[in-house]
Design a protein around this ligand. Structure first.
Ligand SMILES: Cc1ncc(C[n+]2csc(CCOP(=O)(O)OP(=O)(O)O)c2C)c(N)n1
Length: 355
């Protein structure tokens, strides 16, 4: 198949505006600065979550450093009534949706099982099982479709997750039933140590969508304005009954896979240095400065807010008591099954918590 996908880019790596016209939007200054603020907060909270893990306060953490533009751009353009189905690396998506850093921290501490109440903000709990949330997202979007709601569902997956059978089944259902869902794939070049070249034999991830009859677009995932514009258009099409879109956002995971990983064992430092030159926040800051939107005052205000949020996160997470172990069983189904009740009782007896 011909390589017929241009990569949509509105802001070049040096912060200058590109000549792209089709996706250009005249966003108001307050939206431009809000996107900047969300990206900076995402990076700062990400650092604090890593610190908390290193200090033994979190069990694990998967950093989104380098992916702030993709996540913030894709989530910030949606309505609060739209549904989000995250994988696990989506801190920028969570913050854009108003989920607090403390709520994210308690998920990684293990004191709030997978974030079951993310649903209060129309966001599904995180999915550590790669791709398992894809049929869930499509099913939820089909339910909304049948209920006559005008919500759109955004499904966030990594390049690795697209190789799972679940992802392909979800794409097929989405296509056949013209489901109002957007597949937003963050191609961060690697799935733990497996490079994206091992995930497909096609020209790109986006090319695979054609086999399902799903329109696809590739976007510079380090360009927040491009991600915002591409996602807005896909969401609008879905809302108007035009069915699913597959978006491949080209980005890079700057940190390790998780705090348990050592990426120096499988990727050269030169790759990391190359992508550091395409940093999504530095590029957007340069663009905003030349547009007169980013002033010293704004940058100080955002830095101050980030510092306060980091302190609040630490205060909220450190020393949180372990949850009641029985909650693990109570939150699987709406009503606990007899078999799960039996397992729960057996565990409590074993732990000496119940006679
Ligand atoms: C079904 C399943 N198989 C294997 C794993 C182990 N695993 C965890 S993350 C990961 C790679 C995920 O890569 P990708 O989808 O590209 O997302 P990224 O971590 O790069 O954001 C793997 C293989 C898993 N969590 N679930």
């Amino acid at each position: 198949m011909a390589d017929d996908f241009e990569t949509v880019r509105l802001v070049a790596a040096d912060g200058s505006a590109t000549s792209e016209e089709r996706y250009r939007r005249d966003l108001p200054a307050e939206t431009l600065s809000w996107l900047y603020e969300l990206m900076v907060l995402t990076r700062e909270i990400d650092i604090e979550l890593i610190n908390l893990q290193r200090q033994g306060e979190l069990a694990l953490y998967a950093s989104c450093r380098g992916q702030e533009a993709a996540q913030v751009g894709a989530a910030a353009c949606l309505r609060k009534t739209d549904w989000l189905f995250p994988q696990y690396r989506e801190l920028g998506v969570f913050l854009a949706r108003g989920i607090t850093p403390a709520q994210v921290g308690s998920v990684w501490r293990g004191s709030w099982h997978g974030g079951t109440s993310f649903t209060d903000k129309n966001c599904a709990p995180i999915s550590i099982q790669m791709g398992a949330h894809a049929p869930h997202a499509v099913g939820a979007a089909m339910a909304a479709q049948r209920l006559g709601e005008d919500s759109v569902t955004a499904l966030f997956m990594g390049d690795g997750a697209t190789s799972e059978g679940d992802a392909h089944e979800a794409l097929n259902f989405a296509s056949v039933y013209r489901v109002p869902v957007v597949f937003f794939i963050q191609n961060n070049q690697i799935a733990i140590s497996t490079p994206v070249s091992h995930q497909h034999g096609a020209t790109s991830l986006a090319h695979r969508a054609a086999g399902y009859g799903v329109p696809a677009v590739r976007v510079d995932g380090n360009d927040v304005l491009a991600c915002f514009a591409v996602m807005s258009e896909a969401a609008q099409r879905a809302r108007e009954g035009g069915g699913p879109t597959f978006i491949e956002a080209i980005t890079y995971r700057m940190g390790p896979h998780t705090t348990s990983d050592d990426p120096t064992r499988y990727r050269p430092d030169s790759d990391v240095e190359e992508w550091a030159g395409r940093d999504p926040i530095a590029r957007y800051a340069t663009y905003l400065r030349s547009a007169g939107v980013l002033t010293d005052r704004l940058s100080e205000r955002v830095a101050g807010r980030a510092a306060r949020m980091r302190t609040d996160l630490r205060d909220a997470v450190i020393g949180t008591p372990d949850p009641d172990i029985a909650e693990v069983f109570d939150t699987v189904y709406h009503d606990i099954t007899p078999e799960l009740a039996r397992q729960r009782d057996e565990l409590l007896v074993e732990l000496g918590k119940e006679s």
